[in-house]
Design a protein around this ligand. Sequence first.
Ligand code: FAD
Length: 284
Amino acid sequence: MTTIHDIPVIETDVLVIGGGTAGPMAAVTVKEQDPTLKVLLLEKANVKRSGAISMGMDGLNNAVVPGHATPEQYVKEITIANDGVVHQPALMAYATRSFPMIEKLDAWGVHFQKDETGDYDMKKVHHLGTYVLPMPEGHNVKKILYRRLRRMRVEIENRFVATRLLKDASGRIAGMIGVNTRTAEPIIIRAKAVIMATGAAGRIGCRTPATCSAPTKTRPTAATAMPWPITSAPTWRTSSASRSTRCSRITTARLAPTSPARSAASLPMPMASASSSATTGPGR
Ligand SMILES: Cc1cc2nc3c(=O)[nH]c(=O)nc-3n(C[C@H](O)[C@H](O)[C@H](O)COP(=O)(O)OP(=O)(O)OC[C@H]3O[C@@H](n4cnc5c(N)ncnc54)[C@H](O)[C@@H]3O)c2cc1C
């Protein structure tokens, strides 16, 4: 019988859960800031073709490009379109960072449509501003992100679904436990920081169609719909073997709870999936 002591353990500095679009971008950004950090990206499918844009994109529908739109104009437009149910500071942050991100992706090889002058070929679809930037080769985006992950030496674990975040004795998130989607093999990852990028999951928790069509702010989210009790967290110590574990290798190093009497069944696995929000973004 498998016990907690048999579960493979990986140690990393930063764990990113979810390898769609946001996850790879977050992982690469961490490595850009500090290449010495171990960064592990965990995805329940395969990072090469997972997430909302696995089949590609035909354009950016919310691109705020200088000369075509301003961040202020964009915030106004989206506020009106969403009947005021928006978080304007977040929208403004998105809008001001939009162009630097486009330039970055452009430099990585993502092809955005340009006109004969070399300027971005923006299309007007919205009422006030012009925010749509076609991507004629948008099917390549995940391939380009994947290439970037490899270049930046981000470790990748495919086919593992995170099921619980784990906390340390002080109550800080300290990793996760998950399971292989093909073999059901469990895994524990210890991390100094965890970034959740598991997608919008906006409909999780909808019990009736009426709940789902309720105004955005009242819809249950992954966090509110699954109130797992937060119990006291385990205090971990590792064997010397697991301390030297590299991210890329799943070893058989074992985590030993400080209390030897603690069994796998008694381990509290507090659910802390607060990253997913039902809040409607700027739209597609
Ligand atoms: C059909 C379609 C067309 C779109 N077109 C456009 C467009 O033209 N322009 C535009 O700007 N935007 C478009 N979007 C929106 C945009 O693609 C998404 O908003 C964006 O890709 C979301 O990225 P994300 O990383 O937040 O989420 P996702 O891409 O959903 O990634 C989340 C990842 O997390 C993984 N995951 C989830 N739970 C777990 C877990 N417990 N453990 C491990 N892994 C987990 C999932 O497998 C997934 O790979 C489109 C979306 C769709 C669906």
